[in-house]
Ligand binder design. Structure first.
Ligand SMILES: [Zn+2]
Length: 169
């Protein structure tokens, strides 16, 4: 299975799902009155993930695609229920990352949870991290990881330029 990347700035376009793939997908997100919780694999950030044609996709994006016939690659698919495993299309709306951040703020949640496809950070935060890393001090990586609620490895790869290389400061 392809590895899921922590920081991909743009989503992959959804592949055409053949009947068997859609059936398998739906079987792993059983319908209910509330959230249709994904019973398959989860990403490190708690989103359902599914492999289709060798590529890993976020399950809720696939659910949105199946329900709407499209899944805009430049938009986030947000959970109105704030349940990352949820694949109920009526709980999913598309929106910009700004919408998502505002939504998080409105709900008193942290600024974490950005999911530009399968990423947990926005360009804005990555820029802030990169600027901070220009003035290193002991324990900084840990501190930044705590601040942005990501794994220390995420900060390290950003600092080393192995991810988000397109974000220049
Ligand atoms: Zn839900």
């Amino acid at each position: 299975m392809a590895t899921i990347l922590e920081a991909v700035p743009k989503c992959l376009p959804m592949p055409e799902l053949i009947e068997r793939q859609s059936r398998n997908f739906r079987a792993r997100a059983p319908k209910s009155d509330g959230c249709w919780e994904w019973t398959g694999n989860l990403s490190t950030t708690g989103y359902g993930r599914v492999s289709l044609g060798g590529q890993v996709f976020l399950a809720h994006r696939v659910a949105y695609f199946l329900a709407n016939g499209e899944c805009p690659t430049d938009l986030l698919i947000r959970h109105t229920c704030h349940n990352r495993r949820c694949c109920n299309p009526s709980h999913l709306i598309s929106g910009s990352s700004a919408d998502n951040s505002q939504d998080m703020v409105d709900h008193g949640r942290s600024i974490r949870g950005e999911q530009n496809c399968i990423s947990v950070l926005t360009e804005e935060f990555v820029t802030a991290i990169k600027i901070a890393c220009k003035t290193p001090f002991p324990g900084q990586i840990k501190l930044l990881a705590k601040k942005y609620k990501v794994h220390v490895n995420t900060i390290q790869t950003i600092k080393a330029g192995r991810s988000w290389a397109h974000v220049r400061v």
